[in-house]
Design a binder for this molecule. Sequence first.
Ligand code: SF4
Ligand code: FES
Length: 242
Amino acid sequence: MEKIAVTINGRICEGIRDQSVLSLAMENGIYIPALCYHPEVASSGGSCRVCLVEAHQGGSMRIVTSCNYPVREGLEIKTDTELVKKIRKGILELLMARVPDSDVIREMAAKDGITETRFFKDEEADSRGKCIACSVCTLVCEEVVGVCAISMLNRSREKSPGTPYHKASNACIGCGACAYACPTGAISMVDTGDKRIIWDKEFRMVKCSVCGAPYIPEAQVDWIVKTTGKDRSFFDKCPSHR
Ligand code: SF4
Ligand code: FES
């Protein structure tokens, strides 16, 4: 793999060709706000715009989204200039108006000293909940889990993830990967006793034979056994007691 030296905020960081600027910054402990990027999903990123940075190369400067901008030799990145902060302020304020219920966005904005938005609350905000329509949940379901139980429904401001016709999906295995991956905590997943409810479907959970804790949906075990050939008895114990 070709090693590439990139300067981020004056520090030389070594990445590999085509790695994103955001992932290189994360590896080096440099904070860049990000919402719609997921490290396991190659096609994620590019929609929320909060990760923008200044990219300097060959005497010119561009504002780019760091989650999908590849590192190149000689690239110099600045994450916190006055220009970056000014543009990011507008983006965060728009997100606050669009998704006023999101603690994640409010806390992210507060790190930049932003506590209020100049924009009116979006008309669709109540029905949207905390969702920013970034598609990370659907991409994780399809590309990481391999199930395709949910997809992005509707268009433009009404775009949101859901099961086909908003009915309980036969494809869903209740794994919760979508809920864990969602950057704003927009997906409801309720675990009560040995039951889990997600996307309006109830799942029975397998209990660990050692500690008795319910820890994985039976439907997820069925899926893993079917797709990988793993022995079902492997799931008798939770990860802490294997
Ligand atoms: S539910 Fe979460 S992951 Fe899915 S589109 Fe909305 S914000 Fe993105
Ligand atoms: S994290 Fe880069 S555009 Fe959302």
